[in-house]
Design a protein. Structure first.
Length: 347
């Protein structure tokens, strides 16, 4: 129903307007009695074989909603009843910021892809914290954290530390985002020296807390193998808990959409099916080269249950969806969990 009825209607709206409309619709529907139960029955798959223990946390299933979809934590409770094992909110910054000028989100339907240059638009950590305090869904919450656009790179660690302090008691893990292409200069923080310094400070702050919150690093798909080797070394040296592979790409290679239409979209990170192969390559490289020394969450181009299984077979412990959720609808999560379950029963 989603692909043939709902999606064509939503795609008549601009992408960002469609996103906001969908959020309003979900909020309205969940205010209706019994809808919460109906959504749970429609999309939830429960089985011990789906459960995962990863970086010290218990996941009811390995399928998560990637950061950026519910960046301000407005619907995490509702999504918690729609089959997800975990929800990653953010990217959030210490202070609110409007992000880049609109339009800043574009569809490439021929490629089942999106281009975004949102620019960490969010309402800040304090408002996110207040929303997360009202959690009632039994779903794990990750906090994807970034720096404000006007914070110099040399002071970036203070922004990440501020996010950790504010969100400490309302999230289950932190994902450090230094890989978005939409904040000027941010990706420079992926270089070995600055990244090591930031992660060491975050790990030190975490270790001083009475209870543990895992720290994950979200990386770009555009890193070379030498840079991926550096990532493996950085994870080992700083003692962080895992990696999310991958964020969006700045590459435009191999697209079916006409080059002129792609150019009209302008700068931004590309997500969706064109990213599938590269993100899987990064996962496989990290897991093989490190000898499975740390967990990897696989993200990028998951539009089917088979795509998710491919990421898991490449070595990912968990997976996340975003663009595939836009194109395929909420049944995608249920289908992935069913496929994983069937695979587990047959092996």
């Amino acid at each position: 129903m989603y692909r043939h009825l709902i999606r064509p209607l939503l795609f008549k709206l601009s992408p960002e307007r469609a996103h906001n409309f969908t959020f309003g619709l979900i909020r309205f529907l969940f205010a209706v009695p019994f809808v919460r139960t109906l959504m749970y029955l429609l999309y939830n798959v429960s089985d011990k074989k789906l459960e995962r223990e990863v970086f010290g946390l218990h996941f009811k299933n390995p399928v998560g909603l990637a950061a950026g979809f519910d960046k301000d934590g407005k619907l995490f409770n509702q999504f918690g009843f729609m089959g997800f094992g975990f929800i990653e909110v953010g990217t959030v910054t210490p202070r609110p910021q409007p992000g880049n000028e609109k339009p800043r989100l574009f569809r490439l339907p021929e490629d089942n892809a999106l281009i975004n240059r949102m620019g960490f638009n969010n309402s800040g950590t304090e408002k996110l914290r207040n929303r997360l305090k009202r959690k009632y869904a039994t779903v794990l919450i990750g906090g994807n954290i970034g720096k404000n656009k006007d914070t110099p790179n040399e002071d970036a660690a203070e922004d990440y530390l501020s996010c950790v302090e504010t969100l400490w008691d309302v999230v289950d893990y932190f994902a450090v985002n230094v890989s978005s292409p939409n904040t000027p200069g941010l990706r420079a923080l992926q270089e070995k020296a600055p990244l090591t310094a930031i992660l060491r400070k975050l790990k030190k702050a975490v270790n001083e807390k009475p209870d543990v919150r895992p720290i994950l690093l979200k990386i770009a798909p555009d890193l070379t193998n030498d840079q991926l080797d550096d990532i493996i070394e950085i994870v080992r040296d700083t003692g962080i808990d895992g990696v999310i592979a991958t964020n969006t790409t700045v590459s435009r290679e191999g697209l079916r959409t006409e080059a002129s239409a792609v150019e009209d979209c302008g700068a931004g990170g590309l997500s969706g099916q064109p990213l599938k192969r590269r993100s899987t390559e990064v996962i496989r490289y990290l897991c093989a080269k490190s000898g499975g020394a740390f967990p990897v969450i696989g993200a990028g181009g998951i539009h089917s249950a088979a795509d998710a299984l491919e990421k898991l077979e490449a070595g990912a412990s968990l997976v996340q969806v975003y663009t595939g959720y836009v194109y395929e609808g909420p049944a995608l999560v249920r289908d992935i969990n069913k496929k994983i379950l069937n695979h587990a029963r047959n092996h």
